[in-house]
Write a protein that binds this ligand. Structure first.
Ligand code: 4AD
Length: 468
């Protein structure tokens, strides 16, 4: 009853408070400051209240005592309420710890937006052991947690570091369209829609656009969403993902692989050299060490031999691509042979056994997209191999796919024909070969997969879900 009558009034005789974000607050030690944020943690004991405040830039411990802890608002305060706290920022005495090594001694505060208590209280809605479907449904709340927010923060640093590395290699950033009328990686995973009555797709890859930029801008890259109507229900397949793609002119296949390795290693080095991102990596993936260079290079044909030597088989399929099963309904397992698409399970087992990044290169042409350049002089019987490579990372598998592109017009037409593509819609792509062709190549990197590797996250996806 008594508490309801206490109304806090800011003491006008105190020095004016400086407004600050938590990550910029250290320079204001021993001054009066005002900080707004959300109640991340809350502890009340014998007339003293401890709040860990979160403002998105960091965490700050605040202590409320005397009248400030006795108001109605204080006694009914809940986790995740938004508040504004004003007080003196004091360095913590030796032996005490709190984020930043300081504590806000509050003399005035107010609630800006109270969060519910009781059954509806934030910490009663879910916890880390909740069912994944609950965590997915409440993703907007999960994001407020220390782990999810750290992953997002690391993702932001990663994008900055990638952009810096690419700029240092003289690649210019461009922003190609998302709504397109050409396919890049096969019709099976296209999202189709009608645009002014015409068939249009959500982009699978910006590669063709990057190629058209080469004669204009030189080497280019983009960080753009790509869309795949995937049938693969694995933990690394998303319907929408952030695709980092780059294209380089007047290079050969070896230059391409060396460039991919350099961009990845220099980006990781930047993250580890920056105290903030290094701390995030340490928090999320304590045992992370930068991979050593050069990465292993493994020819596709040698990988087939390796898989068979290690007894790693794949499911047999009939002519229509259906898995062949035995009487007990178990899939029939068979050894790998040249021409097989190395399936995700086999690829992951190989990568995890080898335990280091692997450039797997030289895939058979019939497994790959229409635009890929043939490998000179590596035909085995009737088979043609391509100057293509995937970068496989332990724990995740493929994170990069790249190749040299066909530079010859006639060869490109044969590629269209093989894939059943109508060349008319690709006239602009063909014109790159007709008006001053060049040897060129590029790659696409899945940002979520890279992040899963870096931060040791198990999955990049929430199955079958678009909400929230
Ligand atoms: O290997 P992909 O399909 O290659 C291309 O799209 C090329 N056109 C890129 C290029 O050369 N410019 O995809 C490239 C990368 C994959 O290695 C993978 O990391 C990621 O994109 N990726 C996916 N990530 C999440 N979910 C999916 N469904 C993905 N599909 C591909």
């Amino acid at each position: 009853e008594e508490s309801k009558k206490i109304v806090l009034v800011e003491d006008e005789s105190l020095p004016a408070a400086t407004k600050s974000r938590i990550n910029k607050i250290t320079s204001l030690r021993s001054k009066r400051v005002r900080v707004a944020g959300w109640v991340h943690r809350l502890r009340q004991q014998k007339g003293i209240m401890f709040i860990v405040l979160r403002d998105g830039t960091g965490y700050l411990q605040a202590v409320l005592s005397g009248q400030t802890s006795q108001t109605y608002e204080a006694l009914t305060l809940t986790i995740e309420s938004s508040v504004e706290l004003t007080g003196t920022l004091q360095e913590l005495p030796e032996g005490k710890t709190a984020p930043g090594g300081h504590e806000l001694v509050v003399d005035f505060w107010k609630v800006l937006g109270a969060a519910p208590g009781g059954d509806d209280a934030f910490n009663n809605r879910f916890n880390e052991n909740s069912d994944p479907s609950v965590l997915a449904e409440l993703r907007h709340f999960v994001l407020r947690g220390e782990t999810a927010s750290s992953v997002l923060r690391l993702r932001a640093s990663l994008l900055v570091a990638f952009r810096t590395s690419l700029a240092e290699h003289n690649l210019l950033e461009v922003t190609p369209p998302c709504l397109v009328q050409t396919q890049v990686e096969g019709g099976a995973t296209l999202f189709k829609l009608k645009y002014y009555g015409q068939d249009t797709f959500l982009t699978q890859s910006s590669q063709l656009y990057l190629e058209t930029c080469l004669p204009s801008l030189g080497d280019v890259f983009c960080i753009q969403e790509s869309f795949r109507a995937e049938n693969s229900h694995t933990r690394r397949h998303l319907s929408e993902y952030t695709h980092l793609e780059a294209e380089l002119a007047f290079i050969n296949f070896d230059d391409l692989i060396t460039h991919i390795e350099a961009i990845i290693c220099e980006t990781v080095d930047k993250l580890l050299a920056d105290p903030e991102s290094a701390a995030l990596i340490k928090q999320l993936n304590p045992s992370f060490v930068a991979p050593s260079r050069p990465f292993m290079r493994l020819a596709y044909t040698d990988a087939i031999v390796w898989l068979n030597e290690h007894g790693i088989q794949h499911e047999a399929e009939d002519a229509d691509g259906n898995v062949i099963k035995d009487a007990e309904e178990n899939p029939t397992m068979v050894p790998h042979s040249i021409g097989d698409d190395i399936a995700e399970a086999a690829e992951r087992r190989m990568t995890d056994i080898i335990g280091t990044p692997i450039f797997l290169y030289g895939f058979p042409a019939e497994l790959k997209a229409f635009y890929m350049k043939k490998m000179p002089g590596t035909s085995e019987g009737e088979k043609t191999f391509t100057e293509s490579c995937d970068l496989l990372m332990p724990g995740v598998g493929e994170i990069v796919g790249g190749s040299m592109r066909i530079s010859d017009s006639a060869e490109l037409v044969a590629g269209y024909r093989r894939e059943g593509i109508d060349p008319a819609e690709y006239y602009w792509y063909a014109d790159q070969r007709k008006y001053g062709t060049c040897e060129h190549g590029g790659y696409g990197l899945g940002v979520e997969r890279f992040l899963a590797w870096l931060a040791n996250r198990f999955t990049v996806r929430w199955p079958g879900r678009a909400t929230p």
